[in-house]
Design a protein around this ligand. Structure first.
Ligand code: FE2
Length: 296
């Protein structure tokens, strides 16, 4: 089979045909990696994938993040997005904390932007789907950056936002996290725009984990981030993915925001498994390490 890349949206997103992700030679992987840098979101249909295959494919992009305490997949490499209890396989009551956590996924975000080493990419595989609802939506952060005025671009340069899981969860329900979960993940500072190290393309870097601007008055920074998030998630920058059995979607957390959309979680069952690769090549991180070393 020959690998082919089919653009899906005029700004980003491509469907890749001619591969099974669980069984890729190096040359094929390099084509996927190049398409990932270019399109930010890749869709793979009809994948016969085991947990082991998913871990193997995902690991090729970078070391995998261990799942945090706030997710039922804690201690493994899988973040579980499901309305089923991991032990009993029964539907979780809608007022359970685990469902509050999932409601937070309805907010636009970049996975793990609240970690000191953020996520390069996430790979989500559909294991059990409801018959309707539950699209995942993606918003490119590159085109909105390009559409800013020069003055707005200049204003972003050098700014850092504080990101935390505690902040994004507090937007949903103050009971979403226990103190232990909050303690596990202290806030992280991230730049407000990113440069892709392969092709130099620039993107805004925001989302709902970002709360305020470091060094700015709190309310002014909050408003600035809210406005940026609204600007990024205009319809013209968004692709909505309707899931099919056998789908896997890979996305670049440096250049897109994403969000879950609702499905009937009382009536239907859904299991989605995500693996997340660390952004160890982050130019920004390296700069900060440098700065630390030269200050030492
Ligand atoms: Fe996510």
């Amino acid at each position: 089979m020959t690998i082919a890349i089919h653009p899906v949206h005029e700004l980003f997103v491509a469907e890749v045909t001619g591969i099974q992700c669980g069984n890729l030679d190096e040359a094929s992987f390099l084509k996927i990696r190049a398409a990932f840098e270019e399109y930010s979101v890749l869709i793979f249909r009809d994948q016969a994938i085991t947990d082991e295959d998913q871990i193997t494919f995902s690991s090729r992009f970078g070391p995998l993040q261990k799942t945090a305490k706030a997710n039922p997949g804690v201690g493994t490499y899988f973040a579980r997005q499901s309305n089923l209890d991991v032990n009993t396989n029964e539907v979780i009551p809608s007022d359970d904390r685990r469902m509050l956590h999932q409601k937070a996924n309805f907010l636009w975000h970049s996975d793990s932007s609240y970690r000191a080493v953020p996520a390069l990419c996430s790979l989500l595989s559909a294991r059990l789907l409801p018959p309707e609802g539950g699209n995942t939506e993606f918003a490119t952060m590159r085109a909105p950056y390009a559409d800013l005025t020069q003055e707005q671009k200049d204003a972003l340069y050098g700014l850092e936002a504080e990101h935390s899981l505690a902040h994004s969860r507090s937007l949903v329900d103050s009971r979403a996290l226990t103190q232990e979960m909050i303690n596990e993940l202290p806030p992280a500072r991230q730049p407000l725009f990113r440069v892709n190290p392969v092709n130099g393309r620039r993107a805004i870097y925001a989302g709902s984990h970002a709360s305020h601007i470091v060094g700015w008055p709190m309310e002014k920074g909050k408003k600035f981030i809210q406005d940026l998030n609204q600007f990024i998630t205009q319809d013209k920058y968004v692709y909505s993915h309707p899931w099919r059995n056998g789908d896997m979607v890979l996305w670049d957390n440096r250049s897109v925001l994403h969000r879950a959309t609702p499905y009937d979680a009382v009536k239907y069952k859904r299991v989605m498994l995500r693996t997340t690769s660390e952004d160890q090549e982050s130019q920004y991180l390296q700069e900060r390490v440098h700065a630390k070393l030269s200050a030492a």
